[in-house]
Design a protein around this ligand. Structure first.
Ligand SMILES: C=C(OP(=O)(O)O)C(=O)O
Ligand SMILES: [Mg+2]
Length: 433
């Protein structure tokens, strides 16, 4: 089947926060057709590729994406129509050259990524292969540990809950992805019951987790450990906890400002706080423990906890191979968060994954807080053998679509499917209490 691109069409649609985003359709000469949509972050890293928005317009409070859409239809489409969709690297390179900026600010990373995603998907359709196989080859058999964000705080809860942004459950002790998801759903509902019993709010944040008005950043750990136990599971053995404080959002004047606790912590005090949490709770993965501009703080954190748990850099690396290379050189973490729209093309994302993996670092694939029902990251996680991903709560359509796609992939792989479990982490979970 010919995989020559014959049509590309972009439009503006809404994401899960009710903000506009870019959706692109692609038709290949041989008949293959695909659609893809671009996510959007709220706690974005300062070195992310630029998301082009119509800031000078009244529409959608300046958040429209009509310029990005026009960039696809008027500039990118004429440049890539006639190219071979199977040659992802050439198409991504063509768009990078057409944009001509270091951070994709002319055409917008949202425009460029929309095309990059849809081309990858159309190429898979043309080959009659599932996307994970088309992206990753024949050895893609590993199902990731789903990290389900059941308690939201920070900017995702409009600072009405915990200061720390994400409290996730990680069912690494399950026997299969299907069982992991079932356990996650069970714990999510046990947490709902627990919050109701305590008279706490059961309203949810951007990623579908509850956003109660807690009095400290430690309280969510206690609530989650209790919810895991109530579900009949053993905290630390069956299921651990992962946390993304997204600390760049509360790093001010060289200190970490914990509003809920009315405290300002120096970087070394913040590290001591994480050490305490790691000892007291089954915390197996900490993302963005330190701010994106606090490289000395990151080094301290890695020295204190880097041998015990997985330390993932999100804002500090922005899925950018150059920043990841520097992080590896300076040994500031042991894992990297992977977000396609931080860098803007599938090819560069794959380079970021390979670079991290070649240096023995973990790769943790992530959704964004503003999502659509596009499940590209589910296939990407399997294709890249990343072992773990986060896609929010096991509730809300745009979050569960990724988990549901992984259920389908597991079913398709049958006996060949292998659930990553504890192997997902660069530091295998150990917890004795
Ligand atoms: C998913 C995250 O949030 P956002 O998409 O808002 O950056 C994150 O910080 O890891
Ligand atoms: Mg993060």
């Amino acid at each position: 089947m010919s995989s020559t691109i014959s049509t590309l069409l972009a439009r503006e649609i809404l994401d899960s926060r009710g903000n506009p985003t870019v959706e692109v359709e692609c038709q290949l000469a041989g008949g293959a057709w695909a659609r893809a949509a671009v996510p959007s972050g709220a706690s974005t890293g300062s070195r992310e590729a630029i998301e082009l928005r119509d800031a000078d317009s009244q529409r959608y409070r300046g958040k429209g994406v009509l310029r990005a859409v026009a960039g696809v239809n008027d500039s990118i489409a004429p440049a890539v129509i006639g190219m071979n969709a199977a040659d992802q690297a050439a198409i991504d390179q063509r768009m990078i050259e057409l944009d001509g900026t270091e951070n994709k600010s002319r055409l917008g990373a949202n425009a460029i990524l929309g095309v990059s995603l849809v081309v990858a998907r159309a190429a898979a359709v043309a080959k009659n292969e599932p996307l994970y196989r088309s992206l990753g080859g024949d050895s893609t058999m590993r199902l990731p540990v789903p990290h389900m964000n059941i308690l939201n705080g920070g900017v995702h809860a409009h600072w009405q809950g915990a200061d720390f942004q994400e409290f996730m459950i990680a069912p690494y002790g399950a026997a299969s992805f299907r069982q992991a998801l079932e356990w996650g759903s069970e714990v999510y509902h046990c947490l709902l019951d627990l919050l109701e019993e305590k008279g706490m709010s059961v309203g949810v944040g951007d990623e579908g987790g509850f956003a109660p008005h807690v009095t400290s950043n430690e309280e969510p750990f206690e609530l989650i450990v209790e919810a895991i136990s109530r579900a009949g599971l053993q905290p630390g053995k069956d299921m651990g906890i992962a946390c993304d404080p997204a600390s760049s959002e509360f790093f001010e004047n060289g200190c970490y400002h914990l509003r809920r606790e009315e405290r300002h912590l120096e970087p070394e005090e913040m590290v001591a706080y994480y050490e305490k949490l790691t000892t007291a709770y089954p915390l197996v993965l900490l993302e963005d423990g330190m701010g994106q501009d606090d490289w000395p703080g990151w080094k301290q954190l890695n020295a204190a906890l880097g041998e015990r748990i997985e330390l993932v850099g999100d804002d500090v690396f922005c899925t950018n191979p150059k920043l990841i290379a520097r992080g590896i050189e300076e040994q500031i973490a042991n894992a990297v968060l992977i977000k396609l729209n931080q860098i803007g093309t599938v090819t560069e994302t794959i380079s970021a994954v390979r670079l991290a993996q070649d240096h023995g670092w973990g790769t943790f694939v992530s959704h964004r807080s503003g999502e659509t029902v596009d499940s590209f990251i589910a296939d990407l996680t399997v294709a890249m053998n990343a072992g773990h991903l986060k896609s929010g709560a096991p509730a809300r359509g745009e979050r569960v679509e990724k988990y549901n796609q992984l259920l389908r992939i597991e079913e398709q792989l049958g006996d060949a499917a292998h659930y990553a479990g504890c192997e997902a982490y660069v530091r295998r979970p150990t917890f004795d209490q």
